[in-house]
Design a protein around this ligand. Structure first.
Ligand SMILES: [Zn+2]
Length: 293
């Protein structure tokens, strides 16, 4: 964990109006979802705010049908990853009696884990999942609001942020997990295929831009983590290994949900090295920010 204050005062925040300028960096990248892996999408880096933005509209309803994460099943690995997530929330002050909302909770995997660990006041909301689509959940205030892998999926991330802020109680906090555009090199789009995650990721912030936007909306950055919670010290559970492993197959995120025999590629020296020591290398691209009102 690192506390960090961003001081880039000259950042312009586009508030969802990023435009592809003459000198913008652009890249073309394949989807990292197997069903759409032959399709290519253009992304660009905004000249003003340095965000990475999907260049063209996409029929997202079509792409979210059969989204691999919706078919994710609980596992021992997932339980360990959630434990790592919960440690961060506890460091931010989360107690068992606190109320929690996971906004954009998908199939509710994190909520289930939190409840299992005694956090009975954990609720989820996801407009795309019937089980969690009750808008009544949004009529309350919460001690902890989670926006994990959500804000980058929106064409209007500022609106999502405002909705999340409305949900925070006076003493509560907001935890945002999202890719970090600072860390994505558009000169090597295929190497960044998983964080670009086209066409699903519509707007990827830099750390400074997201922080400044949140500050403009009245929040204060309390903690900054430059790693995803699935980047753990447990063997095989780190992002470096995960990306390398996917690349041994078809480099789609579906690989993580496939049944794989324990083949030679799996125990290659590099795979083994990354399985055990990948966590000690710089994180690929993810960040987690904790804000208070
Ligand atoms: Zn911009």
């Amino acid at each position: 964990m690192k506390n960090r204050v961003f001081t880039e005062n000259d950042i312009t925040i586009c508030q969802g109006s990023c435009r592809r300028g003459v000198s913008s960096e652009t890249a073309v990248v394949n989807s990292n979802v197997r069903r759409f892996a032959s399709e290519q999408f253009t992304v660009f880096r905004c000249d003003n705010c340095r965000s990475i933005v999907a260049a063209d509209p996409a029929d997202l309803e079509h792409y979210y049908k059969h989204y691999p994460y919706e078919e994710q099943k609980p596992s021992a690995a997932w339980s360990l990853i959630c434990r790592n997530y919960l440690l961060r929330l506890k460091t931010a002050g989360l107690k068992r009696e606190h109320s929690i909302v996971d906004y954009g909770c998908g199939s509710g995997m994190l909520i289930s884990q939190l409840k299992k660990r005694g956090f009975k006041n954990a609720r989820g909301f996801d407009v795309y999942n019937d089980k969690y689509s009750d808008r009544g959940v949004l009529d309350h205030k919460y001690d902890c609001v989670i926006l994990q892998d959500v804000i980058e999926h929106s064409e209007n991330p500022g609106d999502i942020l405002e909705t999340a802020i409305e949900l925070i109680s006076d003493s509560g906090f907001l935890c945002i997990g999202t890719p970090n555009a600072d860390r994505i090199d558009l000169g090597s789009p295929q190497k960044n295929i998983h964080c670009l995650h086209q066409p699903y990721h519509r707007h990827i912030f830099t750390a400074a831009c997201l922080t400044k936007l949140a500050e403009q909306k009245g929040l204060t950055l309390e903690r900054f983590y430059d790693r995803h919670h699935s980047d753990t010290f447990w063997p095989y559970l780190n992002m470096r290994f995960y990306h390398y492993y996917c690349g041994l197959f078809d480099d789609t995120l579906d690989v993580a949900f496939d049944e794989h025999p324990f083949g030679l590629h799996y125990i290659s020296p590099k795979a083994l090295w990354l399985a055990f020591f990948g966590r000690f290398l710089p994180s690929p691209t993810e960040m987690v920010l904790i804000f208070r009102k």
